[in-house]
Design a binder for this molecule. Structure first.
Ligand SMILES: [Zn+2]
Length: 241
C-alpha cells in the first residue's frame, strides 16, 4: 500500500492499467477491456478491490469489524462489480452464431421484414454508480445473416452491465447488433429510469428518459422509421413497462 514505507508487490490492477495506457486502449467505465483481463486475473482483481472497498468503509467510519452486516461488505461489493453490475467490461462479447437467411423452398424468398426485440435492461450510471433500469427495443431489417432471438438480449445486457450513460448505451447496443448481424439497418430505442435522479439529486420519482439511435434505413427511410416506432407502440400496449 502506498505510504507504508515498505516494499510492496505491484497491484495487478496497476500492471493492467499500465499496459492499457501503453497500448492507447481506452478504459472508461463503459468500455470493454476483456482482452486485458483473464478469468484467472479476475480473482486477484477482486482481492485488490476488496482491500480498496475496506478502506472506503473505514473512511466512511463504518465499523466493519463488529457490525455483522458490514463484515463481508467490501468483498461483496468487489464481487458484485466484477461479476454482476460491471461484468460487461470484463467478459468477451456473447457468442452469437449467425445463420444464413435462407430462402423458403416454396416461394424462394428470404425473410426481408423488420424484427423488433424487447430486452429488459439493468445498467448503472457512470457518474454516480446508481442503478439504471428499463427496456430496450432493438429493431433490425433482416440482412444475409440471422442470429438467435435471445442473442439480441444477451448483447444488450452485455453492453448494459457497465458504467454507462443512456445515450452511450444506446449507441453501443446499435453498434454491437450491427456487428453481430451484418445489418446496416438497425434502430435502438431505450426507455429507462435512473437511480441518480430518484435516489439523490432532484429525487424525482418515475423520471423516465428515452433515447433513440437510428442507423441506415431506420434513419433515412421515414416508412421504416414509422414501422419501428409503431412496432414499439404495439409491444408497449401488449407488455406495459
Ligand atoms: Zn448518475
Amino acid at each position: 500500500m502506498a505510504g507504508d514505507g515498505g516494499y510492496q508487490e505491484a497491484y495487478l490492477a496497476d500492471v493492467i492499467r499500465f499496459k492499457m495506457k501503453r497500448d492507447n486502449k481506452r478504459f472508461w467505465a463503459g468500455d470493454n477491456i476483456s482482452e486485458y483481463v483473464t478469468e484467472e486475473m479476475k480473482h486477484k482483481l477482486i482481492d485488490e478491490a476488496t482491500e480498496a472497498f475496506e478502506l472506503v468503509l473505514d473512511r466512511l467510519l463504518i465499523d466493519r469489524e463488529t457490525d455483522p452486516n458490514s463484515k463481508g461488505t467490501a468483498r461483496r461489493l468487489a464481487k458484485m462489480y466484477f461479476n454482476e453490475i460491471m461484468s460487461g467490461r470484463y467478459e468477451t462479447a456473447p457468442e452469437a452464431t449467425a445463420f444464413p437467411n435462407e430462402p423458403d423452398n416454396v416461394t424462394n424468398e428470404c425473410y426481408d421484414g423488420m424484427l423488433v426485440v424487447r430486452s429488459e435492461l439493468k445498467s448503472m450510471c457512470s457518474h454516480h454508480h446508481q442503478p439504471v433500469s428499463g427496456v430496450a427495443y432493438i429493431g433490425i431489417l433482416a440482412a444475409d445473416k440471422l442470429i438467435g432471438l435471445s442473442k439480441y438480449t444477451r448483447i444488450a445486457q452485455w453492453c448494459a452491465q457497465r458504467g454507462t450513460l443512456q445515450e452511450e448505451l444506446c449507441m453501443d447496443i446499435a453498434r454491437e447488433i450491427m456487428k453481430a448481424t451484418g445489418s446496416a439497418d438497425v434502430g435502438v430505442y431505450i426507455q429507462a429510469t435512473h437511480g441518480c435522479c430518484e435516489n439523490r439529486g432532484i429525487r424525482a420519482h418515475s423520471s423516465l428518459t428515452q433515447t433513440t439511435v437510428l442507423k441506415g434505413l431506420f434513419k433515412t427511410d421515414t416508412a421504416v422509421k414509422k414501422e419501428f416506432m409503431d412496432n414499439i407502440k404495439l409491444q408497449q400496449d401488449f407488455a406495459p413497462r
